[in-house]
Design a protein around this ligand. Structure first.
Ligand SMILES: [Fe+2]
Ligand SMILES: [Fe+2]
Length: 261
C-alpha cells in the first residue's frame, strides 16, 4: 500500500497508538498493525475464493470501502455482453481462447468450440474450486443445454484418460497435485455417470482441446469467435448481470468483485 497516502490519512486513534508506543521498534509495530488493518478495511475480502495475495489498494483513494466502482478495474458498460466480459474482466483469457482456437483448428462442431471458449471462464475472476460446475451454471440460461452439461462434466472427465480419442491424464496434474493424487468420490461418480450419457463426447472433446500450458507466441482475439458466440450464446438485451436470471448475481459479482456488501 502507499505509505505516504496512508500516513496523510491516518485516523486519530492510529496516530495515538503509534505515538503511545514506548520504543521505536514498538512504534514500527504499531504502524505495521495499523496499515494491515487499513488494507483489510479497503478490501473487504480478497477476490472471491482467490488464493492470490490481497491486491494493493489505490494510492490516494481514501474511501473506507470500495462499493461498485473499484478503480483498479476497467468500468463495464451498462448492458455488458459476453465479449465485454472477455475484454474487460477475463482478459487475457489465453487458456480458454487457445482451447477454442484449437477446437476450431481440429474442425470441431461450433457447439464444442463455444464450450471450449467458456469452459473455464470463472477461474480467473470468480472462483476456482469446482469450477466446471460454476462455469456451467453461469452460462446455462444462455446456451444449449448440451454445452452447459459438457462444461459441468469436464470437471470430472479431466482426471480420466480416454484412449478412444487419445486423451491422457494431464502431465501437469502430476506436478500440481502429486503422482498419487486420487480424485474425490463425487468426481469418480460424475465420470461414471457421464460415460453413459449421450453427450459424453461433447464433454470429452472439451478435455481434448484443453491446453494445459500456453502456446508461446499464439495470440487469440475473442473477436475471432464473434460469429460463433452470436449463433450459440443468447445474449440478454439487458446485459449479463441485469436480466433477472437466476445467475445474474454471478455476472454482477465479476463486474463489482470488491463490493463491501
Ligand atoms: Fe477446467
Ligand atoms: Fe481448461
Amino acid at each position: 500500500m502507499d505509505r505516504r497516502s496512508f500516513l496523510s490519512n491516518m485516523s486519530a486513534a492510529t496516530v495515538a497508538s503509534i505515538a503511545g508506543a514506548a520504543t521505536l521498534s514498538d512504534k514500527a509495530d504499531a504502524l505495521e498493525d495499523a496499515m494491515s488493518v487499513e488494507l483489510d478495511k479497503r478490501i473487504a475480502t480478497p477476490w472471491f475464493c482467490s488464493i492470490d495475495p490481497t491486491p494493493e489498494p489505490v494510492a490516494g483513494d481514501t474511501r473506507p470501502w470500495y462499493q461498485h466502482d473499484d478503480p483498479r478495474l476497467p468500468e463495464m458498460p451498462e448492458a455488458p455482453t459476453l465479449i465485454d466480459f472477455f475484454k474487460l474482466r477475463f482478459a487475457p483469457a489465453n487458456h480458454v481462447l487457445q482451447s477454442a482456437r484449437l477446437a476450431k483448428i481440429n474442425g470441431m462442431d461450433e457447439k464444442v468450440i463455444l464450450a471450449c471458449l467458456l469452459h473455464d471462464i470463472c477461474v480467473g475472476n470468480f472462483i476456482r474450486t469446482d469450477h466446471g460446475y460454476w462455469c456451467a451454471q453461469m452460462i446455462a440460461p444462455y446456451v444449449d443445454e448440451e454445452i452447459a452439461w459438457a462444461i459441468e462434466k469436464h470437471q470430472a472427465l479431466r482426471f480420466f484418460p480416454d484412449e478412444s480419442v487419445g486423451y491422457e491424464y494431464p502431465e501437469a496434474y502430476i506436478r500440481f497435485f502429486g503422482a498419487d493424487y486420487k480424485p474425490e468420490p463425487y468426481i469418480v461418480q460424475a465420470w461414471e455417470e457421464a460415460k453413459k450419457h449421450r453427450w459424453y463426447m461433447t464433454s470429452r472433446l472439451i478435455t481434448l482441446n484443453d491446453l494445459y500450458s500456453f502456446e508461446e507466441g499464439v495470440v487469440v482475439d475473442v473477436d475471432d469467435f464473434t460469429d460463433i458466440i452470436g449463433r450459440h450464446f443468447k445474449q440478454p438485451k439487458e446485459g449479463l448481470g441485469f436480466d433477472g436470471s437466476p445467475v445474474a448475481h454471478m455476472w454482477r459479482s465479476m463486474i463489482w468483485p470488491n463490493n463491501f456488501l
